[in-house]
Write a protein that binds this ligand. Sequence first.
Ligand code: NAP
Length: 335
Amino acid sequence: MSTKTAIITGVSGQDASYLADLLVEKGYKVVGTLRRTSESERANIKHLKGKIVIEYADLIDSSSLDNVIQKHQPDEVYNLAAQSVPADSWTHPIYTGEVTALGVVRLLESIRRFVPACKFYQGSSREIFGGVHQEVMDEQTPFLANNPYGIAKLYAHLMMRNYRESFGMFTCAGILFNHESPRRGLHFVSRKITTAVACIKLGITDPPLDESGQSLVRDGKVHMGNLDAMRDWGYAKEYVDAMWRIMQQEKPDDYIIATNTLHSIKEFCQIAFAHVGLNWEEHVFSDDAFKRPTEITASRGDFGKAKRELGWEPKVSFEELAKLMVDADLERLRK
Ligand code: NAP
């Protein structure tokens, strides 16, 4: 069992909550940060009550970060907080830059000044490759971010590397392709589908609101964007194990974490609706209002380096993932 202290930013989020579970299990003292302005009910961390320490810090406010770093003197910091919704980044480009790009530098500066020996993990994204036309991406793929979120993540990624090179700090990153779970936010496509499936199947009359502020299910249909968009989709619970392994390496480095398989949103709909005996075509409407102004290319991630050096590989298949998410939403709504 470990006696290390880890700070996880954005602990109410999908990945951070799974990582908190993992580190608590490993015996870490886990300090999770939330921001004061959050209105979320924090469902993802309810079960961790009493098992982790909660602190309030915002990536926009460097003094709040300094306070937490100085107070807890962490051995490891995992930065999983971000304005994490690519679709929202076109309407909030400045805010996205403040949080997702500059917020990381605020955190790095705080670590450099107060705990320079602390290890730092950055939640990098496949979106830093953006529009690169390459069927399979690996750690050598050039960066060509093509939306405000991806560009902010790229700035953060390069700054993370720069602190490694300039100051010799242990800074590393997982470059993660899409990963989903029952803890995924409702404004992301996978959860939107599985929640709609559960609402339709159970005949829920007051479904939650979608990202446009309208009912998630309207006239028996869920409104989606580009159904042909392809993604490399994995299971978040497995991906946080890769984060921890990256931080335990002797030398800091960056790793692609992915499944090396590609599936469309249409396929996700097919599997999710069929799982409860429904025909997706009767319940899904492709709505231009939800389409992205620019699409990232359809590419898979080569996790070969992670497999060789970290002993990590994905196990849950795309089909299993879609089904387990539907099952979780059915259970949640039945309650
Ligand atoms: P998530 O569920 O959306 O969680 C993001 C967290 O960041 C939330 O807890 C949110 O808090 C917090 N946050 C937002 N703005 C903040 C601010 N100004 N200061 C402090 N905290 C703030 O994201 P996720 O899916 O777990 O992803 C974790 C990280 O990996 C993110 O950085 C994301 O960009 C990156 N990533 C995700 C994927 C993926 O497919 N999931 C892929 C590649 C990279 P509130 O609850 O208060 O909003």
